[in-house]
Design a protein around this ligand. Structure first.
Ligand SMILES: Cc1cc2nc3c(=O)[nH]c(=O)nc-3n(C[C@H](O)[C@H](O)[C@H](O)COP(=O)(O)OP(=O)(O)OC[C@H]3O[C@@H](n4cnc5c(N)ncnc54)[C@H](O)[C@@H]3O)c2cc1C
Length: 543
């Protein structure tokens, strides 16, 4: 984990690299760059590091993961390479991995242990036991084909000649040994709808809903939409320090502990991190990025700039239009953002009591509940939001973080964070400043159907609408992934076709956040990959 003694050409004046944004991806990139010997500066607009992976005080002495709340996809390689455990990162695997609470008071868990899960399903729907494990095995097998792509630059499909062949071979080698049946499965995963897949496999609606709850949250992919099946593969990637497939983890100290560990790692390699330092623009001269201008007017030179901000904010807000091809700007403008989620963070005077929880349930079993009655409910909710309405039917993911560790709140205080979908950024009527509290009320009314003691136990509540997510975390239109995770915005099409390799039309300017491949979530992957492209460019002296 020592700073690698590279022969990278460095210059003394200014910085080799400025990373704009201290989200977890910016910090990951900075740590790798500094480890490679580059003089690296991170500039963050907020007072704290972490972007969407932060732990913040929401009431006196009460802290919550205000944005992201579960670590499922943080790449094990990043954890190991950057020594995050040595820098204080501790994750507690969720068991059950997740559980769905139904309105009639039944709670259905997805246990990590196969035997325990078989017993659970045997009681719920014996006919679905075998298909459930068949599905789990299939998903894990297919996810293994995709997993290596996470830490690689996507193939450059526009490459011609020998380079084009090399790129095609690079992608093809990942599918070496794939059978005809698996190809058919992959095609159906890429093109199919989650609902059709589940209807074909399972008899029991609750089992279908449980699988729905294990799909990607925050994307524009309601279960009956083609392409929605792909979201299931995301959560079956290996995760955690031990690289366990399908990992879900609570982070001790909240999600901010990931960012703190990354920041400590970056500093240990020599990176400098400045908070409260918003970048107003990226300077470009003769097609080459030369530095940044801060909002206070000061300028800092660097040989390369990595932007951790989303592609719209970066290219439409911080780079002068004349420095970019019109076609590129048009493609960036067309990236789909538009919400579709919100967050409500609560401090409670008593622990939520979800109906259907066993009296002897462990704290881990009382720490994670998804409130989603059915696939149809999710579909209706999405379509209300799609047309700018705040749905009556809300899909809510509740984490009682204080059950996992005592560092977030003093005795007799409990922290519950609630991720809410589907919620539009563009409202059909009114503004989010007018509707913020009514969204909060609606979320609480929904939770009360499952955990009736919650509304009477509120000590503090923080409602973050899509507009608040934009204002607070700098997410364009509140999109938590820096661009929807739909198939047409993934892989070699992320952020836009032709520019999936972290480089941009401006020489020396790179994208290192969730808007780049492989996308959003707390993975560290875009930061890792972008840093390696930059290091390659330094080695070849092309910057
Ligand atoms: C409410 C919510 C819930 C989520 N839940 C989960 C979850 O449970 N699990 C999961 O894996 N993922 C979750 N996500 C998604 C995940 O958190 C994000 O996709 C991921 O953290 C993005 O990381 P990033 O480093 O690429 O970007 P960000 O975290 O967005 O960081 C970008 C940074 O750049 C800074 N910045 C922007 N512009 C400038 C500027 N001009 N000057 C200086 N700095 C600038 C921002 O302030 C920010 O700190 C959630 C996100 C949200 C918002």
């Amino acid at each position: 984990m020592s700073r690698q003694n590279s022969n990278l050409p460095s210059r003394s004046a200014g910085y080799d690299a400025i990373v704009m944004g201290a989200g977890h991806n910016g910090l990951t990139a900075a740590a790798y760059l500094a480890r490679a010997g580059l003089k690296t500066l991170v500039l963050e607009r907020r007072e704290i590091v972490g972007g969407c992976a932060v732990t913040e005080e929401i009431a006196p002495s009460c802290r919550a993961s205000t944005a992201s709340y579960i670590a499922s996809m943080l790449r094990p390689k990043v954890i190991r390479d950057l020594g995050l455990a040595e820098h204080g990162l501790r994750m507690v695997p969720c068991d059950p991995l997740l559980q769905v609470a139904f309105p009639d008071g039944r709670v259905v868990p997805w246990w990590a242990s196969r035997d325990r899960m078989a017993d659970e399903l045997g009681r719920l729907s014996p006919a679905d036991v075998e298909p459930f494990f068949g599905m789990d095995d299939d998903l894990k097998r297919l996810a293994r084909y995709f997993q290596p792509f996470f830490l690689e630059t996507p193939p450059a499909l526009e490459a011609r000649g020998v380079v084009g062949w090399i790129e095609a071979l690079r992608a093809g080698r990942r599918f070496r040994g794939i059978s005809g049946r698996e190809i058919a499965e992959l095609v159906s995963f890429i093109s199919g709808s989650l609902a059709d897949y589940l209807d074909r496999r399972f008899r029991c609606d609750r089992v279908k809903t449980l699988v729905l709850a294990n799909s990607v949250y925050g994307a524009h992919s309601p279960p009956y939409q083609r392409g929605s099946l792909f979201g299931l593969l995301f959560h079956l990637l290996g995760g955690g320090e031990q690289d366990v497939q399908g990992f879900y983890g609570h982070v001790v100290g909240g999600m901010g502990a990931i960012s703190e560990a990354l920041a400590a790692s970056a500093r240990s390699f020599g990176a400098e991190i400045r908070t409260a330092s918003p970048v107003a623009s990226i300077r470009v001269k003769d097609g080459q990025a030369t530095g940044v201008v801060l909002e206070d007017g000061s300028e800092i030179d660097a040989r390369v700039i990595l932007s951790n901000a989303d592609p719209k904010r970066t290219f439409l807000g911080l780079v002068e239009a004349s420095a970019l091809p019109d076609e590129f700007r048009r493609a960036v403008s067309a990236i789909k953002m538009d919400g579709p989620c919100a967050k409500v963070n609560l401090v409670l005077s008593e622990e939520p009591r979800f109906r259907g929880t066993r009296a002897d349930a462990t704290p881990a079993e009382r720490s994670f509940f998804t409130l989603i009655p059915s696939l149809e409910f999710a579909e209706r909710s999405y379509h209300s939001a799609r047309f700018g309405r705040i749905p009556d039917e809300l899909w809510i993911d509740c984490v009682i973080a204080s059950n996992v560790g005592s560092s977030l709140a003093p005795p007799r205080r409990h922290i519950m964070t609630c991720f809410v979908q589907y919620v539009p950024y563009h409202l059909f009527e009114g503004t989010w400043d007018e509707k913020r509290e009514s969204l909060g009320d609606r979320v609480l009314a929904t939770i009360a159907e499952y955990a009736p003691n919650v509304p009477g136990a509120i000590v503090a509540r923080q409602v973050l609408t899509p507009l608040d997510l934009e204002r607070t975390f700098g997410l364009t239109e509140g999109n938590i992934f820096h661009g929807d995770l739909s198939l047409d915005q993934l892989f070699f099409m992320r952020p836009v076709p032709g520019w999936a390799g972290y480089r941009t039309p401006v020489r020396g300017l790179y994208l290192c956040g969730a808007g780049a491949h492989p996308g959003g979530g707390v993975t560290g992957a875009p930061g890792h990959n972008a840093a390696h492209v930059v290091i390659t460019d330094f080695k070849s002296r092309s910057v």
